[in-house]
Design a protein around this ligand. Structure first.
Ligand code: NDP
Length: 399
């Protein structure tokens, strides 16, 4: 079973039909802000962002006509507890369909989210989604081994794809997904929610602005302790190699992605070492992985990930000081500190809603995704090398 709240235990606010005025006010403000931002960015006023006179009434209140319909593929923990609630908060996308292999989930989701029969699919008949005008994007939230095949099918059906991390099992698979989406002229985004999050974005800006001088050393650690109660004869997919189990795929990509965004650089070499303390559970998958990334300018990132140890810190040591986020990858409550005594904890209402609205706006505007498929491939290139190094006694692998 999934650990209780490894990604953070933030309360999920239920959003029902709100009054007309707050909705209108919010939209009007959003519209004004967007128009101002567009004007600042030199974008003409041709974007079809319409105000209240072009909204549909739905069971949940008002919805913009330019909101895109999203189908969630795989109705597991993350889809249920974060993405579906997030899609009740989004302005530019809404939950329009579901794809599931569990018939018993269908009536529950249909009733809760007002999903019509025509927008319900199984993995077998998923390709029929091509004919469904209610759905513009599919969000793949299944075990990791299914990300590639489902992405290819969605692209083939002409739907934009949002895919959870890790994007695929290896870089070759990830690249095939990028190529398929490009060929089908649909967008592909990876669910790295933190890259949309304000405290994380502050660190990304610091990588460019270097307020404490050159970054000399980075530490990036994301992990939790779980699975003590698992029956070894009946393991969840996160402990099975054929499904893309293991700490590196699950939490390690957070450490890796963070080491890349906090430095703003790509690693040039990697070495890795794995530890297994519960061999009855971890067979063919890693329990804890330590990996060192080397960057061209001599900077080194010491990274770790684990299903056996709690860890959640991202830190940069620089020429004239340091800064960190700890925790850095929870669903809320990210906390920043610097060596000058500054603290920061910028609030975001709901990380996943922010991410999905950003992704939907990119589709509506035809602009690049903030976290495109290529970003997932860059990580997978390193993940491939981490696994190869760990298998090969920690050999240094030049990327
Ligand atoms: P769960 O195991 O809770 O759910 C996965 C769902 O996938 C299942 O409920 C099932 O849905 C579907 N599924 C299809 N085939 C299989 C199969 N062979 N075995 C098990 N499930 C199957 O996983 P999570 O929701 O926690 O994770 C799903 C994905 O989301 C992973 O890639 C994970 O890395 C990512 N994730 C990302 C997070 C983030 O913060 N960005 C946080 C948590 C997860 P159904 O019954 O409807 O078919």
């Amino acid at each position: 079973m999934r650990a209780p709240a490894p990604y953070g235990a933030g309360a999920i606010r239920a959003v029902g039909a709100t009054g007309l005025e707050p909705n209108r006010m919010h939209l009007e403000l959003t519209r004004r802000r967007l128009l101002a931002a567009m004007a600042g960015a030199g974008i003409g006023a041709t974007l079809p962002l319409r105000a209240e006179n072009s909204m549909d009434k739905t069971g949940k209140g008002l919805r913009r006509k330019d909101s895109i319909g999203v189908a969630l593929v795989g109705l597991g923990n993350y889809a249920t507890t974060r993405l579906a609630p997030g899609l009740q908060l989004t302005e530019h996308c809404h939950l329009a369909g579901i794809v599931t292999g569990s018939p018993e989930k269908i009536p529950v989701w249909q009733q809760k989210h007002g999903i019509p029969d025509a927008n319900v699919y199984s993995y077998d008949d998923f390709d029929r989604i091509a004919d469904n005008p209610d759905i513009q994007a599919v969000y793949i939230v299944t075990p990791n081994d299914l990300h590639k095949p489902l992405t290819l099918r969605a692209a083939n059906a002409g739907k934009h794809v949002w895919c959870e991390k890790p994007m695929a099992m290896n870089a070759a698979e990830g690249q095939a997904m990028v190529d398929a989406c490009r060929a089908a002229k649909v967008q592909l985004a990876v669910g790295y929610r933190l890259q949309h999050e304000p405290n994380t974005r502050r660190l990304m800006a610091m990588a460019r602005e270097k307020p404490y001088g050159k970054i000399l050393k980075v530490r990036a650690e994301a992990g939790f302790h779980a699975y003590d109660d698992v029956d070894p004869a009946n393991k969840p997919w996160r402990l099975l190699p054929q499904h893309g189990g293991g700490a590196m795929y699950d939490m390690g990509v957070y450490s890796l992605n963070a080491a890349r965004y906090i430095t703003g650089q790509e690693p040039v070499a990697v070495s890795a070492r794995q530890e297994i303390h519960r061999p009855h559970l971890f067979q063919g998958v890693d329990e804890t992985m330590h990996f060192t990334l080397e960057f061209a300018d001599g900077l080194v990132a010491e990274c770790s990930t684990s299903f056996g140890q709690e860890m959640n810190t991202l830190r940069a040591d620089c020429e004239r000081g340091w800064y960190q986020l700890s925790p850095f990858q929870t669903y809320d409550g990210l906390k920043g500190r610097t060596s000058s005594g500054e603290t920061f904890a910028d609030a975001v209402r709901h990380q996943q809603a922010k991410q999905m609205d950003d992704d939907a706006l990119a589709i509506l505007r035809g602009t690049p995704q903030l976290v495109p498929g290529e970003e997932g491939v860059r990580d997978l290139r390193v993940v491939d090398a981490v696994y190869a190094s760990a298998r090969d006694g920690g050999r240094r692998i030049v990327l």
